[in-house]
Design a protein around this ligand. Structure first.
Ligand code: NAI
Ligand code: 13P
Length: 342
C-alpha cells in the first residue's frame, strides 16, 4: 500500500457497497486524492453514481467527485486497488466476501466500515474478514467514529479513528484518507473501535425508544451514560483499551448517533417507541439499522463471558417482541440499586 505525496494520486481504492456510508466515505477518499471505484449490486445505481455523479437512493442531492467511478463487476472494481473498503451490511459480509476475494491483491489492505457483530458466531467484522479470507491482522483495519454519512458527504468537519494491529499500516491509511474535512486518528485497538461502533447502535435504539415515548434529555443522557458504562464493561472484558471507549470510536460515536435524527438506529428505536412493530419498520426503509441485529449477537457474547448488559438485554427483548418499550424503561428504573462505579 502506498502512502501520500502532496498533489499526486495516492492510489486506487475499491469501495464495496454503494449505500450511504460507502458512498460518503468514497467522497472522503476522493477528496484526499485517491482514485475510487465503488462496487454496487445494481446496474442502475452503478450508472447513476459513475455517469450521473449522484447516489440518489442513499445520498440524494450530493454531487459526487468526478474521480469516483462505479461498477457491478467486482473484478473491475478491485483491479489495481491497494485499499479495499468493505461497506455492506454486517450480516451480509460473510456471504459477500467470496464474490470479492478472488480479485483482491495479495498486499491489499482491507478497511472495514461496518458497525455490527455477526449473528450466530458473535464475530466482529475484522474477524470475519480474517477467517473467510485467511487474511493476517496486519492487513485488516477498521474506521470508526462519529461519522453520520450525510454530514460527511456534505463535507462538514469530523474526526474518526483508523485502527489496525500494525500501527504503520494505520498511519499509511491515515495519510490516504486525511481530507480537507475529515481528520483520522490512528489506533492499534481494533477490538475497542469495533465494539464502540457496534454497541452504540444498540444504545441509540434504546435512546430512540425513549424519545418515541416522549421522554426528554434527562432520560436520554442517563441511557447514553449507562450505555457507555455497559460498552466499556464488555469491551474491556474482551481486551479493549478502556480509553478507546472514551474516544471518538466510543463516546464520540455514541453521542453523535444517540443525538442525531439522521441516525437510522435512533430512528428505528423512535418508531418502536411510537408503537410501530419491527416488521412495519423494516418494511418502511431500505437502509440498515445494525443495532436491531447486533443486540442479539452482543447479548449472546456478553452472556458467554458473564458480563451484565441490561441495556442490550432489554433492547433485544423489545426487538424480539417480548417486551414493550414502556416496559423497557420501567425495567431500567426498577433494576436492583447499586453503586454507580460497580
Ligand atoms: N450511514 C452511516 O452514517 C454510517 C454507517 N456505518 C456502517 O456502514 C455499514 C454500511 O452501512 P450504510 O452504507 O450506511 O448502509 P445503507 O443501508 O445506507 O446501505 C447498505 C448498502 O448495502 C447494500 N446491501 C444491502 N443488503 C446487501 C447484501 N445482502 N449484500 C450486499 N449488499 C447489500 C445496499 O444495497 C446498500 O448499497 C453499516 O455497518 C453501518 O453501521 C458506519 C458509519 C456511518
Ligand atoms: O454509525 C453512524 C454514525 O457514526 C451511523 O449511525 P446509524 O447507522 O444509526 O445511522
Amino acid at each position: 500500500m502506498s502512502g501520500s505525496a502532496a498533489g499526486d494520486t495516492k492510489g486506487k481504492v475499491a469501495v464495496l457497497g454503494a449505500g450511504s456510508w460507502g458512498t460518503a466515505f468514497s467522497i472522503v477518499m476522493a477528496d484526499a486524492g485517491n482514485d475510487v471505484c465503488i462496487w454496487a449490486r445494481r446496474d442502475e445505481l452503478a450508472h447513476a453514481i459513475g455517469e450521473g455523479h449522484e447516489n440518489a437512493d442513499y445520498l440524494p442531492g450530493i454531487e459526487l467527485p468526478r474521480t469516483i467511478t462505479a461498477t457491478t463487476d467486482a473484478e473491475q472494481a478491485l483491479a489495481g486497488a491497494d485499499v479495499v473498503v468493505l461497506a455492506v451490511p454486517s450480516q451480509s459480509l460473510r456471504d459477500n466476501l467470496p464474490t470479492f476475494l478472488p480479485y483482491v491483491g495479495s498486499d491489499a489492505v482491507f478497511v472495514s466500515l461496518m458497525k455490527g457483530v455477526e449473528l450466530g458466531t458473535q464475530k466482529r467484522m475484522s474477524e470475519v474478514i480474517a477467517e473467510v479470507g485467511d487474511v493476517p491482522t496486519d492487513r485488516i483495519a477498521v474506521v470508526s467514529g462519529p461519522n453520520l454519512a450525510r454530514e460527511i458527504a456534505r463535507r462538514e468537519p469530523a474526526a474518526s479513528v483508523v485502527a489496525c494491529a500494525d500501527e504503520a499500516v494505520a498511519t499509511t491509511l491515515q495519510q490516504r484518507m486525511h481530507s480537507p474535512a475529515f481528520r483520522p486518528y490512528t489506533s492499534v485497538d481494533v477490538l475497542g473501535c469495533e465494539f464502540g461502533g457496534a454497541y452504540k447502535n444498540v444504545v441509540a435504539l434504546c435512546v430512540g425508544m425513549a424519545v418515541g415515548l416522549g421522554f426528554g434529555d434527562n432520560t436520554t443522557a442517563s441511557l447514553i451514560t449507562r450505555g457507555l458504562a455497559e460498552t466499556a464493561r464488555l469491551a474491556m472484558r474482551l481486551g479493549a483499551n478502556p480509553l478507546t471507549l472514551m474516544g471518538l470510536a466510543g463516546l464520540g460515536d455514541l453521542v453523535a448517533t444517540c443525538s442525531s435524527p439522521l441516525s437510522r438506529n435512533r430512528t428505528f428505536g423512535e418508531k418502536l417507541g411510537q408503537g410501530q412493530t419491527v416488521e412495519q419498520i423494516y418494511a418502511s426503509t431500505r437502509q440498515v439499522a445494525e443495532g436491531a441485529k447486533s443486540c442479539s449477537s452482543l447479548r449472546a457474547l456478553a452472556h458467554e463471558v458473564g458480563v451484565e448488559v441490561p441495556i442490550v438485554d432489554a433492547v433485544d427483548e423489545v426487538v424480539q417482541g417480548r417486551l414493550t418499550t414502556a416496559g423497557l424503561m420501567e425495567a431500567f428504573i426498577n433494576r436492583d440499586t447499586k453503586a454507580e462505579l460497580s
